[in-house]
Design a protein around this ligand. Structure first.
Ligand code: GLA
Length: 378
């Protein structure tokens, strides 16, 4: 039925891009979005795959216009959203926007409740390619029904848009999201720390724990979303940033950068643009990885890749250096001998016929790609 489906094929691999929220909150305007687009191009981020620019909460005027249309704040977005979309498209980006399934957005701007079909038409008329739809002020609404209403609105408006369900995992969207959107948040908000947590936000390590077991729900066009990246926002060590990025790639997370890309250090840039690491996230097999082993000081996370390969991530969760010793047959999913490539070092390390031994600094990872060389027991 034309009114009861999502647009297919828009996210064969997890979406990549940039979102304004983690760094700028509601302090956003047209100039920031233009400068960010330009910086994504000149820094090579766009070429590395970051192609959605998503304007998060705070772009709206305080009230709808007299026809009930949602409108941008005239001071901060004086050129209007259609022109902004045209600018982004002219630079080769896709245009993303945020609003909310409830009566108001989390920052108190007009939400979409009761205006779903109207707003979908508005977004389509602006050339929007991606809608992140939040869950504040939802009252007694049922999540699945509410998100389906917006899905139908988008479909009826006729412009293919990635639909990003942002209801924080409250109603287990992995159980119903596949027919509704292309990705769904599995968690409350990420914040810029390693393992902290309070009722509003948590560090990436804390979020990662909550991803265990969700791998079976994800695949092409329907991804688990453990929230955006905090790489480059100042509080993570280089090791923690690398680990965050690596593990987001293992769990096939959307890679949505959340830093000020106009002012990136070389180190942050290097993490965010590492081709071989991004290739793990974007692997065409589209199978989310999983936690293979957990130990008080270390974890092993693995992801099956196309071509019979595996990504293997050794993660030192302890507060000091640890030694990782791996007898490869212990990784029971392997079948035969594999060549080993260290993706952060960009170096080949022999094969799995011999045990692997390496030190891992605190909160760091070793990310390997194993490629099959021959069948049989290693
Ligand atoms: C919620 C979402 C965040 C962000 C803010 C904006 O908290 O989970 O990602 O969009 O709203 O207010």
């Amino acid at each position: 039925m034309a009114s009861a489906q999502k647009f297919q094929g828009l996210a064969p691999t997890p979406p990549m891009g940039w979102n304004s929220w983690n760094t700028f909150g509601t302090h956003i305007d047209e100039k920031l979005i233009h400068e960010t687009a330009d910086a994504l191009v000149s820094s090579g981020m766009q070429a590395a795959g970051y192609n959605y620019i998503v304007i998060d909460d705070g772009w709206e005027a305080d009230a709808r216009n007299d026809r009930g249309d949602i409108v941008p704040d005239p001071k901060r977005f004086p050129g209007g959203m259609k022109a902004l979309g045209e600018y982004l498209h002219s630079k080769g980006f896709k245009f993303g926007i945020h609003n909310c399934a409830g009566a108001k957005t989390c920052a108190g701007f007009p939400g979409g409740r009761g205006h779903e079909f109207q707003d979908a038409r508005t977004y389509a008329s602006w050339g929007v390619d991606y809608l992140k739809y939040d869950w504040c002020e939802h009252g007694t609404a049922n999540a699945e029904e509410t998100y389906k209403t917006m899905r139908d609105g988008l479909y009826a408006a006729g412009r293919p848009m990635v639909f990003s369900i942002c209801e924080w995992g409250n109603n287990k969207p992995w159980l119903w999201g596949q027919d509704v959107g292309h990705l769904w948040r599995t968690t409350g908000d990420i914040t810029d720390c390693y393992d902290c947590q309070d009722i509003y936000a948590m560090g990436w390590k804390y979020i990662l724990k909550g991803q265990v077991g969700l791998e079976k729900y994800a695949g092409p066009d329907h991804w688990n979303d453990p929230d955006m990246l905090e790489v480059g926002n100042g509080k993570l060590s280089p090791a923690e940033s690398r680990a965050h990025f690596s593990l987001w790639c293992i769990v096939a997370a959307p890679l949505i950068a959340g830093n000020d890309v106009r002012a990136m250090t070389a180190e942050v840039h290097d993490i965010l643009t590492r081709k071989e690491v991004i290739a793990v996230d974007q692997d065409p097999l589209g199978k989310q990885g999983y936690q293979f082993m957990e130990h008080p000081a270390k974890e092993i996370w693995v992801r099956e890749l196309s071509g019979g390969g595996w990504a293997v991530c050794f993660f030192n969760t302890s507060d000091s250096k640890t030694q990782m010793r791996v007898h490869w047959p212990y990784l029971s999913f392997l079948n035969g001998t594999y060549e080993i490539r260290d993706l952060w070092q960009g170096k080949n390390l022999g094969n799995t016929a011999t045990d692997f031994v390496a030190d891992i600094p605190t909160h760091d990872v070793i990310l390997l790609k194993l490629s099959p060389v021959k069948k049989g027991t290693p």
